[in-house]
Design a binder for this molecule. Structure first.
Ligand code: SF4
Ligand code: SF4
Length: 98
């Protein structure tokens, strides 16, 4: 059961409470390197990098989470990903990233 009080919350313009969904992980093994998440993100959270295995799928780049602390929790990267690679979740107030 999700207890609203233990998670970081925000407000709609009319004052309604909602729980942001922050970036948690990205599956590089399944990443097409298309850049849709990067383009959709309003912050500086992502960066295209060389695949850790070097010649993976002919050497194309993959997306990486380089700055998760800048995430505002809008969840649009998750919606934009063509491969359903991105997981976003509510974040607990305790242990929030800097
Ligand atoms: S949830 Fe929003 S701010 Fe956070 S990484 Fe995804 S698109 Fe960027
Ligand atoms: S949108 Fe998905 S497939 Fe495209 S670069 Fe981002 S994580 Fe990779």
């Amino acid at each position: 059961m999700c207890e609203q009080g233990e998670y970081i919350t925000s407000l709609t313009r009319s004052g309604g409470v909602w729980i942001p969904l922050f970036i948690e992980s990205l599956n590089q093994e399944n990443c097409a390197g298309c850049g849709r998440c990067y383009k959709a993100c309003p912050r500086r959270v992502f960066e295209l990098v060389e695949h850790p295995d070097g010649d993976y799928l002919g050497g194309h780049k993959v997306m990486s989470i380089v700055n998760p602390g800048d995430c505002i929790g809008d969840g649009v990267c998750r919606a934009a990903c063509i491969k359903q690679n991105i997981i976003c979740r509510p974040a607990k107030k305790e242990g929030a990233l800097e």
